[in-house]
Design a protein around this ligand. Structure first.
Ligand SMILES: [Zn+2]
Length: 300
């Protein structure tokens, strides 16, 4: 008998190439475990709904180095499972600040809506579209997890990173690229020897959140233009949100061009809401979109 293809484990783990593992909370956030010969780097710790450290330690026996792509709760929620973690220096204070309870509450309300939408979506896929694969299945919250007790827990970094820092894992080096725009402290990691870009929340395959209180559209445009200039150096681009997590370098160029069109006032724009049901304007492109403020910017 083969195992059921319908996943229930909260984390999805898959190796996408030697030493690169996706550790996703499907439909929520994708974290990445990147191995060298001496140590392994966990890029983001997820929502904190379940223990990502346990999962990372099952994948690799190597010493773990934990790095956050930026301070937002969906990338740092599992920091509390580790004694040490690093973040860009501009995120050091932000990640240590308590956040309002409405944030955690709002995200759990989104999770409920996501799960309600999932049933009919999957049924339609089974009958008509056939795009879904087992690793993309949205899962119920883990047994015993109480959504009303979910909290965004502040954490204090033990190391601050800056542009150009190189994280040497032994046989693999990851370069820190400071790419502000989504938030001031956003970074990408670049594995030049293997042609890999880990895009954090700067490169994404669904809506790119540029509408938040600490987002900056001009910085986003500059950061994505810089990443596009380097695009001949990427074979694969791995991103932190949505179900398309593995993309070619062409996406980076398209996103940079999209930001340019948007600031030039040339993008197609419609109304939408973000994951907190907050009204936004959405600039739509073929393989991604960009959320910008509809009025007051949203808090996160
Ligand atoms: Zn974010």
């Amino acid at each position: 008998m083969t195992a059921s293809p319908f996943r229930t484990a909260w984390f999805e783990v898959s190796q996408l190439e030697p030493g690169v593992h996706l550790v996703s909370e499907p439909g929520h956030v994708n974290s990445w475990l990147i191995e060298g010969s001496d140590s392994a780097l966990l890029f983001d710790t997820g929502l904190g709904v379940a223990n990502i450290r346990k999962v990372a330690e099952e994948i690799t026996p190597r010493k773990l180095i934990v790095v956050n792509s930026h301070y937002h709760f969906d990338h740092t929620g599992g920091n509390r499972f580790f004694d040490e973690f690093a973040i860009h220096r501009l995120g050091g204070e932000l990640v240590a600040k308590p956040s309002p309870h409405e944030l955690a509450e709002g995200y759990m309300a989104y999770t409920k809506r996501l799960l309600e939408a999932w049933g009919p979506y999957r049924e339609a896929d089974d009958l008509y579209f056939h795009l879904l694969t087992a690793e993309r299945m949205i899962r119920p919250l883990p047994a015993g997890f109480d959504p009303s007790a979910y909290a965004v827990v502040p954490s204090i970094p033990t190391r601050l990173l800056a542009e150009g820092d190189v994280l040497d894992l032994g046989g693999r080096k990851l370069q820190v690229l400071h790419t502000p725009g989504h938030s001031p402290d956003c970074i990408c990691l670049f594995d030049e020897a293997n042609g890999l870009l880990f895009g954090g929340d700067t490169i994404n395959t669904g809506p790119i959140y540029a509408h938040l209180e600490d987002s900056n559209l001009a910085h986003f445009t500059t950061s994505t233009a810089r990443l596009a200039e380097m695009a001949s150096g990427y074979r694969r681009v791995f991103v932190c949100h949505f179900l398309r997590y593995d993309e070619p370098a062409a996406l980076v160029k398209e996103i940079a061009a999209g930001f340019k069109e948007l600031v030039a006032g040339e993008a197609f724009i419609r109304d939408n809401v973000d994951c907190f049901n907050f009204p936004v304007k959405e600039a739509c492109f073929e393989r991604f979109s960009i959320f910008i403020p509809a009025g007051e910017p949203a808090r996160l």
